[in-house]
Design a protein around this ligand. Structure first.
Ligand code: F6R
Length: 252
């Protein structure tokens, strides 16, 4: 089933998506959340922290697995995804840090790190809910156009478009790492629920192409059309080129 929530703006989007994550935690306190970095989820994490502080959410039994990490950046580097997660969520709620997992981009044996990340997800019983942002070229995690749908966690060379998009967060473009570890599309498709968020007019073309276009590895997110439980939460701007009229739509 694909359900789409249309939010007025980023604030409403963040609240709706945070609501879905909260429902997952309340229904299963020991759930496994797959988490994302980037601009899109920041509002969601802020909202979850706010509800935690009010006493409405308890992360004590929650485990997390993040989608991806740059190769060559350690946890103390402000641009690393581990740093991002600690800063935006883990340091602000009562999650046990030992239950938070981000691929180790500093591992000496990177292939081994990929294999053990997949084993870890398996040993946790799989991902209950995977949060995703959407790249302008349709990437999910760091699965770039042309990537096979069959892969588990693996090493990727980042595309020029992703390096350019991420350069805004670095002092200069040359500082953006060229490689990353990412969960593969197979890993993502195995999650019980996939929650994809997209905000802003600059995402309108790719939202339309990914969810109303044909399923092709040239648009990695298009494979999510085949997921059994995909929830899209997007704002009006991101849905402005898609045929969605109601605030809540079930596609199929
Ligand atoms: C982040 C990730 C990426 C982002 C995507 C969208 O962990 O895996 O796929 O979700 O690049 O990024 P934003 O949200 O910054 O537009």
């Amino acid at each position: 089933m694909i359900s789409i929530y249309k939010a007025k703006d980023y604030k409403e989007l963040s609240r709706k998506a945070a609501n879905i994550i909260s429902a997952q935690i309340i229904m299963k306190p020991s759930c496994v959340l797959g988490l994302a970095t980037g601009t899109s989820p920041i509002g969601i994490y802020n909202q979850l922290v706010e509800w935690y502080k009010k006493g409405d959410l308890d992360f004590s039994e929650v485990s997390t697995v993040n989608l991806d990490e740059y190769i060559g950046l350690d946890a103390t580097n402000e641009q690393s995804y581990r740093y991002f997660m600690n800063y935006n969520l883990f340091d602000k709620v009562n999650i046990d840090k030992l239950n938070t997992n981000v691929p180790n981009g500093m591992a000496r044996d990177l292939e081994g790190e990929c294999d053990s990340y997949d084993s870890l997800i398996h040993s946790l019983g799989g991902i209950d809910l995977q949060l995703l942002g959407l790249g302008h070229n349709g990437h999910i995690g760091f699965n770039e156009p042309g990537e096979s749908f069959e892969k588990g966690t693996h090493i990727v060379d980042l595309s020029e478009s992703t390096i350019n998009a991420n350069a805004r967060l670095f002092a200069k473009k040359e500082d953006v790492p060229r490689r990353a570890i990412t969960m593969g599309i197979r890993t993502i498709m195995q999650a019980g629920i996939v929650l994809l968020v997209a905000s802003g007019e600059d995402k309108a073309d790719i939202v339309r192409d990914a969810f109303w276009g044909k399923i092709t590895s040239q648009v990695p997110a298009s494979v999510l059309q085949l997921h059994k439980n995909l929830i899209i939460v997007a704002d009006e701007a991101a849905l402005s080129k898609s045929p969605v009229t109601d605030n809540y739509t079930v596609l199929r």
